[in-house]
Design a binder for this molecule. Structure first.
Ligand SMILES: Cc1cc2nc3c(=O)[nH]c(=O)nc-3n(C[C@H](O)[C@H](O)[C@H](O)COP(=O)(O)OP(=O)(O)OC[C@H]3O[C@@H](n4cnc5c(N)ncnc54)[C@H](O)[C@@H]3O)c2cc1C
Length: 423
């Protein structure tokens, strides 16, 4: 496990100093023909890919505002941002904070350099909200563990080199205590991936069948049977959106299977990545504001209310994510859950506001400009209240942990998993 101690503010550079350092570095390293792979390699060596990570994990140990200063300077200079995907967002901070030094050295360089893409093998057909009820099992065989079971809704599995996997290693322990967290190689014969098509027409997520897939004992992240804690760390990064320390992602894809590493980086500047509802982002707010003006509706009180709701929820979400990452002493412990719920409502509000402005055009598909973005957002908008744990589950957690409400009824928490009723 690496040192997570935040640096005191006095030991940190100012935002202006960071901007100057990054601008000078870009001037020395960015040129129009540089490939995506070479650019990301240089960025990770400079510690700019995810500056919020600890120093020995390839970051700068900087708080979110300085990470944002790095990303804003990259964008202002017209240079490509860091690799997108779940590697940088979720696996990197999880391994940096919970992996051994050998695992940090093994996993972080390819994730930060974008040479290996990553997916998250958590949800199962009977274990989504009740994730700790998962039934994929891992059985020890010499220096390996043999994994058998089914995962579902696995985003980007078809392009991933690596996965964060949780599997049951002790069925006789209470359900939260017999789970282990592994880093597993997706490029092996025991793993079959079947894409699932969404109503956007894309097939981002997949069913994943594990049939005696193998993972070395050395690739257990954290302790044997104690993977639930690590999985919650990953989910915390996901819910708060803080996994990348407030950074932003490039539309170029990482990884050896479908990555854009050999392509010129400049080709991705200004390109629209897949439109995600994961975080509405400033770009969507700016598009919404522009749409209001374009339609001449800036003085319409209903439109103004809808805009105010969208901006408010977006900023509350960002502040909660920021707090989850930046102020350890003043947390309630549910900032990530709150950020997740506000993300869902800001996406829904933006969708509703855009649909009000577009009228029947909202029901078309792939219109040019912002209309096309909002058409796709409309079809993707049911996803944010579901992924990373549904909003209902977040509210249960907020109720129990922050408001002191009674927990949901159920069998005693020390009941062995093997004795619990199963679907
Ligand atoms: C776009 C997208 C991408 C995803 N990517 C991934 C991924 O990469 N990896 C991964 O592992 N998973 C992924 N998921 C899966 C996601 O984490 C699960 O869908 C989610 O946890 C909900 O589980 P479920 O679908 O099994 O729904 P269920 O658990 O069956 O829930 C069904 C409904 O019942 C409600 N409900 C269930 N239990 C309770 C309760 N106790 N109290 C109140 N309400 C309850 C839920 O809120 C929901 O509305 C993704 C999902 C989506 C939509």
């Amino acid at each position: 496990m690496t040192d997570q101690t935040p640096q005191t503010r006095a030991a940190l550079p100012t935002s202006e100093e960071v901007q100057a350092e990054v601008a000078e570095w870009v001037a020395q390293n960015w040129w129009t023909q540089i490939t995506v792979g070479e650019w990301w390699r240089r960025m990770s060596r400079a510690g700019f890919t995810s500056p919020s990570l600890p120093l020995d994990a390839g970051g700068r140990n900087w708080p979110g505002d300085l990470t944002s200063a790095v990303m804003a300077t990259l964008a202002k200079a017209g240079a490509l941002g860091p690799p997108g995907g779940l590697g940088l967002f979720l696996a990197a901070p999880t391994i940096a904070h919970h992996g051994s030094p050998a695992q940090v050295a093994r996993y972080l360089p390819p994730i930060l350099g974008g040479t290996e893409g990553c997916c998250q093998l958590f949800s199962e057909p009977q274990a989504g909200s009740d994730l700790a009820g998962l039934q994929t099992r891992a059985v020890r065989d010499g220096d390996d563990w043999v994994i058998t079971g089914q995962k579902v809704w696995t985003s980007t599995a078809q392009t991933a080199d690596l996965a964060m996997l949780i599997a049951r290693t002790d069925p006789d322990a209470p359900k939260h205590l017999g789970i282990t967290y592994f880093g597993i190689d997706m490029r092996q014969p025991g793993i079959e991936i079947r894409p699932l098509r969404e109503m956007t027409g894309r097939a981002v997520f997949n069913e994943v069948f594990l049939d005696e897939a193998r993972v070395p004992h050395a690739d257990i992240i954290g302790e044997l049977h104690r993977g639930w804690t690590i999985a919650n760390a990953t989910l915390g990064f996901e819910r708060s959106g803080a996994g990348h320390g407030g950074g932003s992602f490039s539309p170029a894809l990482p990884g050896s299977r479908a990555g854009d590493l050999a392509k010129p980086a400049a080709g991705f500047i200004g390109a629209e990545g897949p439109i995600s509802g994961a975080a509405i982002g400033r770009r969507h707010l700016a598009m919404l504001d522009a749409l209001v003006k374009e339609k001449g509706r800036a003085s319409d009180p209903l439109v103004r209310q809808a805009l105010a709701r969208t901006h408010t929820d977006y900023h509350v979400q960002r502040m909660m994510g920021w707090k989850a990452k930046t102020f350890p002493g003043s947390r309630t412990g549910v900032e990530g859950n709150l950020a997740k719920v506000y993300n869902s409502s800001s996406v829904a509000n933006a969708r509703d506001a855009a649909n009000m402005l577009l009228g029947p055009e909202a029901q078309l598909w792939h219109s040019p400009g912002s209309a096309g973005v909002f058409q796709e957002m409309t079809l993707f908008s049911p996803a944010p209240p579901i992924y990373a744990g549904s909003d209902q589950i977040q509210r249960n957690v907020i109720g129990a942990r922050a408001l002191g409400l009674p927990r949901e009824p159920g069998p005693p928490s020390n009941t062995p998993f093997s004795e619990l009723p199963k679907n």
